[in-house]
Design a protein around this ligand. Structure first.
Ligand code: CA
Ligand code: CA
Length: 581
């Protein structure tokens, strides 16, 4: 009898599941829809156009033969007195475009006309501490909600039709220097994101929350010694306390996960990059300082670290290894492999086995890397040039100054690369620049900058700083490059139309031939483009959209390279394009 009951209950539960799907579909995208985003060109449901975030669309109505006919369909201003950097990637669903703006704003525009439907402005406290401009990189969408992170380190879920708050949860304490700028990702009805604040001695962590309620499901701090949680219970210490950190330095060790992560449904892992160890002065923290400046593969269900790969052990240059790790499949030496690639801030392009973190290759994607002479293929560790590590302070005096390249803003910073399934190439928005860097005495103080370093960024080439580079992940060779006078700071999109799109600080959205790198089209949006472009189909036509609005870390910290962009005006607009009829 009991057995019958159990079977009956199981059958009812299954029926319930089957019935639930159509209802959920009416409410909006499900987690399954979001995992399938790359295969549905009628919408853009996720940051990166799919869980792998390859930023590839199969659409080819707009292609290398006709892209010269691309014209604006409309533009929409974010308005407001405050502008600054617009690093967002739009989402498109059910006739609406959702885009985040500077100062923790979220906008819903009519996707046909660009008319504003609603706007949400987070009420930010006075004491927020964003290190590198008041940016936001995009929202997530699920069911009836759009969800985004705010500069006071909250996650906010809004009703996607009205903009009304459904839930609002604190990620971390902004008064301790935490903030949040990443686009969250949706995995199995969870919203997963990282935190920002590596320049303030925070502890980087990844959090997974129930997408309907915002309640925490698991948290994984990324600095060794800190305890993770699962369903409110302790779930194991990260690493081994004091294995790679001296004394109490791990308690304020940095490693901010400020760019968010990618997800591979095949391995059920989320891949998060981790930022610089704190403070920048590496002489205060002998050891590898795990898991800073690394890629972490984390079990999506439990928050347990499955593997790690540290790109810059004992980082002394702010080679904050937070860059996105992009899954892709390829055949190398006759063997079909599940891989992932990362163009690291330290100037090397890494290919790893995404199932276990095993090193496959690392190749330079910038003009020079003075701090290391290649990556040892046996150990996967950099061959350090010890003379290029800034010296230890002597008492109250600053340490020896070195000229290091790339600069701390990186061979590549936050701006996401794209991978074409047609050409097999990664399109990497990179920069060639160096810096004078030195160390200074420093002690941790809650909510204060925790660097112990000073710097001046300098150009290293006459003709450019920015360089969009097509990298072959099988050979590590640069197939083509486009050089740009000002630093590149926007994301990349590639399409089945043999096109690569990216923006420039000079104000242009540009299109290149994906195979040759030939510049085919450009349009000036009136302010610098540091957002990430998208494409989708609507009413039988292909559309392309990008945010315009100059800002981000470069105008704040750019030093001598500032002369390349001093004439650029601020802004804040969504631009949408399609082919002229
Ligand atoms: Ca889609
Ligand atoms: Ca940093």
């Amino acid at each position: 009898m009991k057995g019958t009951y159990t079977s009956l209950f199981a059958a009812l539960a299954l029926a319930g599941t089957a019935l639930a799907s159509p209802v959920a579909a009416e409410e909006g995208p499900t987690s399954a829809d979001i995992v399938n985003d790359a295969n549905t060109p009628g919408d853009v449901l996720s940051y990166g156009l799919g869980p792998w975030q390859q930023r590839y669309s199969p659409l080819k109505e707009v292609n290398s033969d006709n892209v010269t006919k691309l014209v604006p369909a409309y533009a929409a201003s974010l308005g407001g007195e405050k502008q600054r950097g617009q690093e967002s990637q739009p989402l498109v669903y059910d006739g609406m475009i959702y885009v985040t703006g500077s100062y923790s704003r979220l906008f819903a525009f009519d996707a046909k006309t660009g008319e504003k439907v609603w706007e949400y402005d987070a009420r930010l406290p006075d004491g927020i501490m964003p290190c590198c401009d008041v940016v936001n990189r995009g929202a997530a969408i699920h069911g009836n909600k759009v969800i985004f992170a705010t500069l006071d380190a909250h996650l906010v879920a809004l009703d996607r039709k009205t903009g009304k708050v459904i839930w609002n949860k604190k990620i971390a304490d902004y008064q301790a220097g935490y903030s949040a700028t990443a686009a969250p990702i949706i995995v199995k009805d969870m919203v997963i994101t990282g935190n920002s604040g590596g320049e303030f001695g925070v502890i980087g962590a990844v959090q997974a929350r129930n997408v309907d309620t915002g309640e925490l499901i698991w948290e994984r701090p990324v600095i060794e010694g800190h305890m993770g949680t699962l369903n409110g219970q302790p779930n194991g210490i990260t690493g081994k306390t004091n294995a790679t950190w001296p004394g109490d330095m791990w308690k304020t060790g940095g490693g901010a996960t400020w760019l968010g992560g990618t997800y591979d449904p095949g391995t059920n892992m989320v891949y998060f990059g981790t930022g610089n160890p704190a403070p920048w002065n590496s002489h205060l923290r002998p050891g590898d300082n795990l898991y800073t400046s690394s890629t972490l593969a984390i079990d999506a269900d439990t928050g347990v670290i499955k593997w790690h790969y540290q790109t810059t052990p004992h980082d002394g240059w702010d080679f904050d290894g937070v860059n996105e790790f992009i899954p892709f499949d390829a055949t190398i030496n006759g063997k079909a492999m599940k891989l992932g690639a990362k163009a690291d801030r330290n100037g090397y392009f890494y290919v790893l086995d995404r199932t276990n973190g095993k090193f496959i290759s690392a190749n330079k994607f910038v003009m020079e890397t003075t701090w290391a002479n290649g990556i040892n293929p046996k150990t996967g560790r950099p061959n350090y040039n010890d003379a290029n590590r800034p010296g230890a302070p002597d008492g109250a005096e600053k340490g020896s100054v070195v000229f290091a390249s790339p600069s701390f803003l990186g061979g590549k910073n936050w701006m996401p690369m794209a991978y074409s399934q047609d050409t097999g190439l990664f399109y990497v928005p990179s920069n060639d620049w160096g810096m004078d860097i030195w160390n200074e005495p420093i002690a941790y103080k809650k909510g204060a900058a925790y660097l112990g370093a000073g710097f001046t960024i300098k150009p290293i080439a006459e003709d450019h700083i920015g360089a969009l580079r097509a990298m072959d992940p099988k050979t590590g060779k640069i197939v083509w490059e486009y050089k740009n006078p000002a630093p590149l700071w926007g994301g990349v999109l590639t399409t089945g139309g043999n096109l690569v799109f990216t923006g420039t600080p000079e104000g242009y959205l540009k299109a290149f031939d994906a195979k040759t790198g030939k510049e085919l089209w450009k349009f000036n949006t009136g302010s610098g483009v540091v957002g990430s472009p998208i494409t989708w189909t609507q009413d039988g036509e292909q559309y392309i959209a990008v945010m315009s609005g100059w800002g981000g870390a470069v105008p704040l910290w750019g030093g001598e390279v500032a002369k390349t962009f001093k004439e650029i005006s601020q802004g804040g607009s969504l631009w949408v394009f399609k082919l002229a009829k």
